[in-house]
Design a protein around this ligand. Structure first.
Ligand SMILES: *Cc1c(COP(=O)(O)O)cnc(C)c1O
Length: 359
């Protein structure tokens, strides 16, 4: 029996991914040259389709890396001389902060208890170079309200603002005029095999990297922003990239465009409402996000009275793979991905099972 993955990354493959993967093998995509015209066409298709899907403005470049974790490191190397600022409310936002410290920067943390998000009004720093916001904290199921990002921009117009949309793009409609960079990994909402990060950067990010390089600071080598951007202009990458991953991304982004981003977002909201209702009404479950306005639409996290293992086993017996809690919440919480590949019917089935679960 095929299992149904509701884990928050990797998750279920996008429902068309298998067909695209088979076609890729038939077309011998993994063997083509990454310097040839066929690859350039694939790159351009992926880039063009992502741009339409995300409604990304022209002043943004679309760059490919190995992962989102790599983008954390590259963001600091390319855009921070001394100090980055991090809004921390879970394990992923925390990790970005730690990478900045590991790279020798004076990273400043504004931290709140898990289950909540940092109020932008408490973020007080003199002339920060870069502020890191995690739109969707996958470890806790908390989403930073988009109005908070706008508030940060108003407060710090000259600061680079970089948004982790790894587990929410393309389900979230970011306002790219209020930020300077955003990024994602394809194994989350795009439902593809891991090993490809997508970095969206505007001209202010590039200008900062060039200014740092001009002072003699190292901004890295093959994946510095100038190196990535000059190759992207030729629909290429500096290294031999994940050609298969880029091919699959182009294909799935095309399917998502055919379905329509509005439909994807409406279905995401419907499925989230359904499951949150089940969490709210079940006597043994409670949503971890403290305030309703902070509840993630794409990663739903509940605390389970007495521990989540029996509920996860109950679902597994029906062929459903649910996510365990993250880190310290491993045994106490349930995490469910609500990604574009998860159909309304699959969510109705999951919700019915959870509703009828008896402790
Ligand atoms: C999964 C995840 C990452 C890391 O992605 P990798 O592809 O493992 O590097 C970063 N941020 C968030 C919010 C995530 O969910």
């Amino acid at each position: 029996m095929n299992k149904l993955y509701y884990t928050p990354g990797p998750s279920a493959l996008y429902y068309t991914a298998e067909e695209h993967l088979k076609r890729a093998l038939k077309e011998q995509i993994p063997s083509i040259s990454h310097r040839g015209a066929q690859f350039q066409e694939i790159y351009k298709l992926a880039s063009d389709r992502l741009r339409s899907l995300l409604a990304l403005p022209d002043n943004y470049q679309i760059l490919f890396t190995a992962s989102a974790t790599e983008i954390w490191e590259r963001s600091i190397q390319n855009c921070v001389a001394e100090q980055s600022v991090h809004l921390i409310n879970g394990a992923f936002s925390q990790r970005f902060y730690e990478i900045s410290k590991q790279l020798g920067k004076g990273a400043v943390a504004f931290e709140v208890p898990h289950g909540s998000s940092v109020d932008p009004a408490v973020v007080k720093v003199a002339d920060p170079e870069l502020i890191a916001v995690t739109h969707n904290e996958t470890s806790t199921g908390v989403s930073q309200p988009l109005a908070d990002i706008t508030a940060l921009r108003a407060q710090y117009p000259d600061t680079l603002i970089t948004v982790d949309g790894v587990s929410s793009l393309p389900a979230v409609a970011l306002d790219y005029s209020q930020i300077d960079a955003a990024y994602l990994s394809v194994q989350k909402c795009f439902g593809l095999p891991a090993g490809l990060g997508v970095w969206l950067v505007n001209e202010r990010m590039l200008a900062k990297a060039e200014a740092l390089a001009a002072t003699g600071q190292s901004i890295g080598s093959y994946h510095s922003l100038p190196a990535l951007i000059s190759r992207a202009a030729k629909n290429q990458t500096p290294e031999t990239p994940n050609v298969l991953g880029i091919y699959l991304l182009a294909a799935v982004a095309g399917d998502m465009l055919d379905k329509g981003i509005d439909m994807i977002r409406r279905e995401t909201a419907y499925k989230a409402a359904l499951l949150y209702h089940a969490f709210d009404t079940h006597p043994a479950l409670s949503v971890f996000a403290k305030k309703e306005s902070l509840r993630s639409q794409t990663v739903l996290v509940a605390e389970v009275e007495g521990g989540s293992a029996p509920l996860i086993e109950y679902l597994a017996a029906k062929g459903l793979v649910a996510g365990i809690g993250y880190g310290q919440y491993k045994a106490s919480q349930l995490r469910i991905a609500n990604f574009p590949t998860h159909s309304k019917e699959q969510f109705e089935y999951l919700t019915d099972l959870i509703t009828s679960y008896k402790v």
